[in-house]
Design a protein around this ligand. Structure first.
Ligand code: NAP
Length: 248
């Protein structure tokens, strides 16, 4: 079967579950071999099997995205195991929600380190390789919260607004090197990250979604596939909103 990503190699962070796993499966289903990164390599076994069941190669890497040395090892390991790196998806992310006055320095630092610094570290390491290859695509998973803010999520909102600003700046720096950098801003997607929310908050959120349903990880994966493929070859520095119309 011919796929739009045939011959490409992708690297997806936070790929053990949720949106990251759906992205890895979608890219593999469209022809890419996929390197998978999460905190423990063991947790990636199911995603790796799903990639391989589509006839593609998978390589698993245990790394904390906020640690520079580990990030460099994942990027060079991807190149060694799969031969190149065409598509980087910065998806790993966490929340530590609480109101501003109760937010500890640790809650702030953890979210900024993983969501924003992790995206910076992978973008820097991957773009060095992509510049040598003379092509590449980077897709950062931001959030609509980075566009509109949210009570109880100052750390998360700041991290995702930072990811959007990083996306635009990197896009400007790297466009002349044939590297495109875009972001996807999901709305409310049903994953482990959102399942812990109280029923009352879920009900209020649903009322605010014109499409009348929560998003699925596959909805985000479709947008990532589009931004990873040549179908979006004249797009860079953009934020694609996948929120059922929650933010327009
Ligand atoms: P998830 O189900 O919690 O999955 C995130 C994955 O990233 C987990 O496997 C997690 O491992 C891993 N991870 C966390 N910290 C890491 C680190 N330091 N290094 C490497 N991997 C790490 O979350 P999700 O809902 O799929 O979210 C994926 C991305 O989409 C995040 O960037 C999130 O902010 C964004 N997003 C989600 C929604 C939503 O509604 N779900 C909306 C907008 C944006 P652990 O098991 O250790 O946590």
């Amino acid at each position: 079967m011919v796929g739009v990503l045939d011959g490409k190699v992708a690297l997806v962070t936070g790929a053990a579950r949720g949106i990251g796993r759906a992205i890895a499966e979608k890219l593999a289903a469209n022809g890419a071999d996929v390197a998978l990164c999460d905190l423990q390599a063991d947790w990636l076994k199911d995603t790796a099997s799903a990639v391989e069941s589509r006839g593609r190669k998978a390589a698993c890497f245990a790394a904390d995205v906020s640690q520079a040395a580990a990030v460099d090892t994942v990027v060079s390991g991807t190149n060694n195991a799969l031969g190149r790196l065409d598509i980087l998806v910065n998806n790993a992310g966490i929340t530590r929600d609480t109101f501003l006055l109760r937010m500890s320095e640790q809650d702030w630092d953890a979210v900024i380190d993983i969501n924003l610094k992790g995206t910076f570290l992978f973008t820097k390491a991957a773009s060095k390789l992509m510049i040598r290859q003379k092509n590449g695509v980077i897709v950062n998973i931001a959030s609509i919260i980075g566009l509109i803010g949210n009570a109880g999520q100052s750390n998360y909102a700041a991290s995702k607004a930072g990811v959007i600003a990083l996306t635009k700046s990197a896009a400007k720096e790297l466009a002349s090197r044939n590297i495109r950098v875009n972001a996807v801003a999901p709305g409310f997607i049903e994953t482990k990250m959102t399942e812990a929310l109280p029923e009352e908050i879920r009900r209020k959120m649903l009322e605010a979604i014109p499409a009348g349903r929560f998003g699925r990880p596959e909805d985000v994966a479709e947008a990532v596939l589009f931004l990873s493929s040549d179908a979006s070859s004249y797009m860079t520095g953009q934020v694609l909103n996948v929120s059922g119309g929650m933010v327009m």
